[in-house]
Design a protein around this ligand. Structure first.
Ligand code: ADP
Length: 151
């Protein structure tokens, strides 16, 4: 049977325990999860992407079925290029749902057969958002408890 590979695309600015939870649970379904850090030139990052890649690799130290890559442009195109048949995404709330609903349909249109698989966020991690973590960190607050590595 062909290996089931999923990409988990996102900004991961920063990668949080919520993201880690989705990857770990994704590994119960897929043989391999590729964490794909989107490189969007029009959007300035707060955490350097090379730094974030290293930190994510540190968090998944012992897993050889997790890989971290950068990608540019369309998620669907990238998934096809690397031979991933699935996109993995987390759903926290109805706002995520509205957005993801349209994106998933567009991606399926762009790359035939590409399925998006959603995992409902674990309740204790649902409140963690990269945006909030960035703001707290910028203002000197300690955010390490929300991250699967130390800053
Ligand atoms: P994007 O900019 O593409 O939304 P993010 O890095 O914010 O990228 O999120 C990537 C994915 O992780 C999305 O599917 C998002 O819904 C999910 N996600 C974000 N925070 C959490 C969390 N706390 N628990 C589970 N999933 C999450």
């Amino acid at each position: 049977m062909a290996e089931k590979v999923a990409i988990f695309p996102g900004s991961f600015d920063p990668f949080t325990k919520g993201h880690q939870d989705i990857v770990k649970r994704g590994l119960l379904i897929f043989d391999k999860v590729i964490i794909a850090i989107g490189v969007n030139s029009s959007k300035n990052r707060f955490f350097d992407r090379e730094f974030m890649k290293e930190k994510i690799e540190e968090a998944f130290d012992s897993s050889d079925n997790v890989e971290v890559m950068f990608f540019n442009g369309l998620t669907a195109k990238f998934a096809k290029e690397i031979g991933a048949g699935f996109i993995l995404r987390g759903l926290r709330n109805t706002t995520d749902f509205e957005y993801e609903n349209s994106i998933a349909n567009i991606n399926k249109h762009l790359a035939e057969g590409l399925e998006t698989v959603f995992l409902i966020t674990s309740p204790d991690l649902a409140a963690i958002s990269s945006t909030v973590i960035r703001e707290v960190h910028k203002n000197g607050g300690d955010v390490n408890e929300f991250l699967p590595y130390q800053l």
